[in-house]
Design a protein around this ligand. Sequence first.
Ligand code: ATR
Length: 281
Amino acid sequence: MCGVIGDPIGHTLSPTIQNAAFNHLGLDFLFLAFHVKTADLEKAIGSMRGLGIHGLNVTMPHKNAVIKYIDEADSAATFLGSANTILNKDGTLSGFNTDGVGALNALRENGEDPSEKKVLLLGAGGAAKAIAFSFAQEAESLCILNRMPEKAIVLADALNRVFGKRIVGGALSPSTLQKNLQDADILVNATSVGMHPTVNQSLVEPKWLKPNLTVMDIVYNPVKTQLVEDAKAVGAKVVSGVEMLIYQGAASFKIWTGKSAPIKVMRKAALNELSSRVDGK
Ligand code: ATR
C-alpha cells in the first residue's frame, strides 16, 4: 500500500500515475489518496508504521511539517526542510524530496543537459527551492529571480554556502527578467503564474524569447501554458510541467519499488486524466 496525503487532495494526479505504473509492471501495489488535515498529520504518518503503509507522497500543505515526524531525510529533504516522498522500511521512515531531481531528469530526458549551461529560475517558493537545489549542483551558473527578492537572495546565499558556485538571487521584474534572459540557456518558470486562475498569463514577453533557449514550465494544468505556447512559437525547446510531474513521480516509484518507472505509461495516464477534467482543475 502506498498513497498521497494532502489538504486538499481531490485533484491529485498521483494515484492515476502510480497505479498505471504498478499495473503495467504487474506489481502487487495499490496507491490511494488520503485527505489529511494538519491537525492529523502526526497520526497519519504514525499510521504508516501501524498499518504497514509502504510509501507516501506528501503534498501541500504538509511537505515541511512532515520532516519532524520521520526518522531520517536525504540531502535534498534536509537542505529544503521538506519531503514529498516517504519510504517505510521495517518501521523506519525515510524522507526524500524528488521535486528537484524530477525537474532535472525531465530536462535531461527531453534532450537538454543543464551541465555547463546558464539557468534562469523564476520563483523562490517550495518548488523553486527544490529545483534550485538540484540545478545548483549541475549548472554552470544559476540566477534566481523572485517577486519578493529577499527570498531569492536568501536561497542563493544558502546554496552558495553548500556548493560554492555562481548562484545569484534578485528581484523579478520585467527589466531584470529581460536582461537575464539574454544570457540564459535554460529558463525555468517555477512560479504559479500560468496556472488557474492566471491561465493565459506569462511573466515573459514573447519578444524576449529566442530559439536557442530551452524553456521549462512547472505549471502542468493547463499543459499548454501561455509560456509554453510562446516558447514553441519562437522555436525554443520546450519541456512542459507534465514532464516534471512524471519524473518526480518516477523518482518516488523507484524509491518504493526499486524499479525503473515506465515513463511512457505514466505520461499517457497523466495526460488522459488531465484532458478528461472538463472543469479545468
Ligand atoms: P510552490 O510550492 O508551488 O512553489 P509557493 O511556495 O506558494 O508555491 O510559491 C509560489 C511562487 O510563485 C513564489 O515564488 C511566488 O513569488 P513570491 O515569493 O514573491 O510570492 C511566485 N508567484 C506567485 N504569483 C506570482 C506573480 N503574480 N508574479 C510573480 N511571481 C509570482
